[in-house]
Design a protein around this ligand. Structure first.
Ligand code: NI
Length: 445
């Protein structure tokens, strides 16, 4: 072997060993994503009894918005037992935040569950039915998990347990957000997603995406429903005060009648929906739920007050509708010799599923639930404060089936009713769906 041959031999040897090293690096990667997801699914199935037990415990001991002290304690103890990298308590009043750092580099993914019950006395015949009572608006009321937030907490506790057992194989960081007061804080208090966002729940570590789910008592267990774009409505409060000039009702021409003006305004507001909004693209609801003015049949009062709610499913339509309501109310008032003060208070924004994110993650939902079990839902005119996170970062919110498969939606008890109940066999799909969303999102799929 001359020097040249020797050099070639060495070069070859070097190249072979480099590629062998690269191979060995490759084979050293412990699991591919399919294997990882299978293991996560097995873990999710194995902890199903725990998730159901947690849910029953929360169901038996529900707490009202911003009063979720016991719930928060149970959550925090669980997250601490999992040895997460960080467990923060008292975020947004009673919220709990857990941070799990994976063993591999990747994005920060946030997952959210809401924690609060409702001032409803439970009528369901269940061994773990709530007997809880609390004070609400100065009255003693029954308290019940009549919207299924007990299941959301239990599912997310399950996700934290499953993912923490595979932390070395995870890319990036997972932030578990347990949020109080989704149903709205008590009068005079702040709370819910808005407060958690204000307190920096998405900032440290900086989340780039958020996923959330809501159990649904009228969707069969095993089914997921979703919608790209506006899925649940914004809910804004409307207050209108019509100022006129009081007069004896026998000679109305001597004053300016705010009662007649108010009647025209209420009718006119419906044209904001039927004549001015693109309702085939994006539904709109304007409802007046309260009207008050005067105290006797023969006296025209000085003013009338009305309160209502505005629901829209698109942020731009929302602004247009607000503008049209102001225009219609003030112009009609003016035509009657009165004036209208219009106050629109933006409460909950539209739950808006980022279309690009939804498209990207749909195969994940289809893979975990089975393609035939993932359905597009009609837009919902109810509101959900998950929308607050979606104002900051792209988010995907979906409905998880919680109805007994042998029932029809017509027979199923509705959310926010005393007979509300859930089929617990639907929970494990929620645990798996969150785990798969984390793995697939961090893998760039
Ligand atoms: Ni709810």
């Amino acid at each position: 072997m001359d020097r040249k041959q020797l050099l070639i031999a060495f070069t070859l040897l070097f190249a072979v060993s480099i590629s062998a090293f690269a191979q060995s690096k490759k084979s050293a990667k412990p699991l591919d994503d399919t294997q990882l997801k299978t293991q996560l699914d097995n873990l999710a199935e194995s902890i199903e009894p725990k998730v159901i037990a947690w849910r029953r415990d929360f169901h038996e001991f529900p707490e009202l918005s911003n009063r979720e002290f016991r719930t928060a304690k149970v959550i925090a103890e669980h997250l601490e037992s999992l040895k997460l990298d960080e467990v923060r308590k008292g975020v947004g009043k009673t919220g709990v935040v857990g941070v799990l750092k994976g063993g591999l580099p990747g994005p920060v993914v946030a997952l959210r569950a809401d924690m609060d019950g409702l001032p409803i006395t439970e009528k369901a015949d269940l061994p773990f039915a709530s007997k809880a009572k609390a004070e609400y608006n100065g009255h003693e009321v029954g308290v019940m998990h009549a919207c299924g937030h007990d299941s959301h907490v239990a599912i997310l506790m399950g996700v934290a347990e499953v993912l923490s057992q595979k932390r070395q194989q995870l890319r990036g960081t997972v932030v578990f957000i347990f949020q109080p007061a989704e149903e709205g804080p008590p009068a005079g208090e702040r709370g819910g997603a808005e407060l958690m966002v204000a307190e920096g729940v998405l900032d440290n570590p900086k989340a780039e995406v958020i996923f959330g789910l809501h159990i649904n008592s009228m969707t069969p267990a095993g089914v997921i429903r979703y919608r790209a774009g506006g899925m649940m409505a914004s809910a804004d409060q409307l207050y209108i005060k019509v100022n006129g000039k009081g007069v004896h009702a026998s000679r109305p021409w001597g004053g300016n009648d705010p009662i007649t003006a108010a009647a025209y305004i209420i009718a006119g507001l419906q044209t904001v929906v039927s004549r001015m909004s693109p309702i085939t693209d994006s539904p709109v609801v304007v409802s007046i739920g309260s009207i008050e003015g005067g105290n006797r049949g023969n006296i025209i009062p000085d003013f009338v007050e009305m309160r209502g709610t505005i629901r829209t499913l698109d942020p731009e339509v929302r602004e247009e509708v607000h503008e049209n309501i102001r225009k219609v109310a003030t112009n009609i008032a003016e035509s009657q010799g009165t004036t209208a003060e219009v106050v629109i208070t933006k409460a909950t924004p539209t739950t808006f599923n980022n279309p690009e994110l939804t498209r990207k993650m749909l195969p994940t939902l289809e893979a975990v639930a089975g393609e035939e079990n993932v359905k597009v839902t009609l837009p919902i005119t109810g509101a959900e404060d998950f929308a607050e996170y979606q104002l900051k970062i792209p988010g995907l919110f979906f409905f998880l089936g919680g109805m007994d498969k042998n029932m029809s939606p017509e027979q199923a008890p509705e959310h926010h009713t005393a007979g509300f109940r859930l089929d617990e066999s639907g929970f494990t799909l929620g645990v798996k769906a969150f785990c798969h969303l984390v793995v697939d999102y961090s893998g760039g799929k």
